[in-house]
Design a protein around this ligand. Structure first.
Ligand code: PRT
Ligand code: ZN
Length: 284
């Protein structure tokens, strides 16, 4: 028995999805022309699909789990469970209007025409703000719609914003912040849940590792107490005596977000020869 995973065949989420599997020690070759493939060393079958189809396939149980952007998931309104955010494919679904228009608030959109590939989420946003506007659904190149007189505004995905900029548009409202998520069928049988948990264990180890650094440093023994308070580590730091008397080597783990602040404080406390190393896997 194998767990069936649906990922995007070719697009912005494909590479990161395959990389995540590889980081989890699961050997999967990139899709190419394949529609499905089996992992070599984990009971996993991978389906390569268009991202728009993934929520439906997971809902219907054709696939047990899938990787898809929240934007697609919420637009499609399928009955699936979100298992875990994955931290890649970050973007936002935003309303943008021609740069030369002045904008105060959403009332600007009253009676206007909006072009989008996300009619459901756009309609939901307009309803929430009690705005009546016409939604014009198009499947691609939404950002050119105002320029060719097809719409007054767009509702589209943005990451850097350069596409909007190049098309003379400015972002005025964010409807949704999105990232890739792991989704699962609502009613997986017990064996599949066990496989999903094995996969999740690995994903958690990979993701936790990315958020942390391994720190090695030398310190005079009388500075150790201060250093321990700065580097509590997973349980407590490892301390090894240096050949030079009165000095120790301290090994510990430090969250990425506290990195610079802590390094400064460690130097201040007397630490020397600080080495910071990436962690590949971390199991708490
Ligand atoms: O063929 P298939 O249907 O599978 O792929 P697709 O063409 O529908 O999707 P794809 O590969 O473009 O995107 C897949 C997913 O990546 C999206 O559903 C989002 O969850 C996520 N994602 C992240 C993005 C972006 N960032 C993004 N920037 N999807 C699209 N874009 C577009 C954006 O709309 C704009 O037109 O990229 C363009 C460049 O963005 P800027 O702001 O960086 O200029
Ligand atoms: Zn798509």
């Amino acid at each position: 028995m194998k767990l069936k995973l649906a990922i995007q065949k070719s697009g912005r989420l494909s590479e990161d999805s395959i990389k995540l599997l590889n980081d989890c020690g699961i050997a999967v070759k990139n899709g190419g022309n394949l529609l499905k493939t089996s992992a070599e060393n984990f009971p996993l079958e991978v389906f390569f699909l268009r991202d728009d189809d993934i929520p439906q396939y997971v809902q219907d149980g054709v696939a047990d789990i899938g990787i898809v952007g929240e934007n697609v998931l919420y637009e499609k309104c399928k009955d699936v469970a979100i298992v875990r955010p994955l931290g890649f494919g970050k973007c936002r679904l935003s309303v943008a209007i021609p740069r030369n228009e002045s904008y105060n608030d959403v009332k600007f959109l009253q009676g206007k025409k909006l072009a989008t590939s996300y009619p459901f989420l756009t309609a939901q946003f307009l309803r929430k703000h009690r705005i009546e506007a016409e939604i014009h659904e198009i499947s691609g190149s939404v950002e050119i719609a105002p320029g060719i007189g097809l719409a007054d505004a767009v509702c589209d995905l943005v990451s850097s914003g350069s596409t909007l900029f190049m098309n003379g548009l400015k972002e005025v409202e964010v409807i949704l912040e999105s990232q890739a998520v792991l989704i699962s069928q609502e009613r997986l049988d017990e064996d599949k849940v066990a496989l999903l948990n094995r996969l999740l264990f690995r994903i958690n180890a990979v993701k936790t590792a990315k958020k942390n650094k391994y720190v090695l440093l030398n310190a005079p023994n009388d500075a150790l107490e201060t250093i321990f308070s700065l580097l509590p580590g997973m349980k407590s730091p490892t301390v090894l005596p240096l050949a030079e008397t009165g000095w120790s080597s301290v090994h510990s783990v430090l969250p990425e977000e506290e990195f610079w602040e802590k390094i400064e404080a460690l130097k201040h406390a007397g630490a020397q020869g600080i080495l910071v190393v990436p962690i590949e896997k971390m199991i708490l």
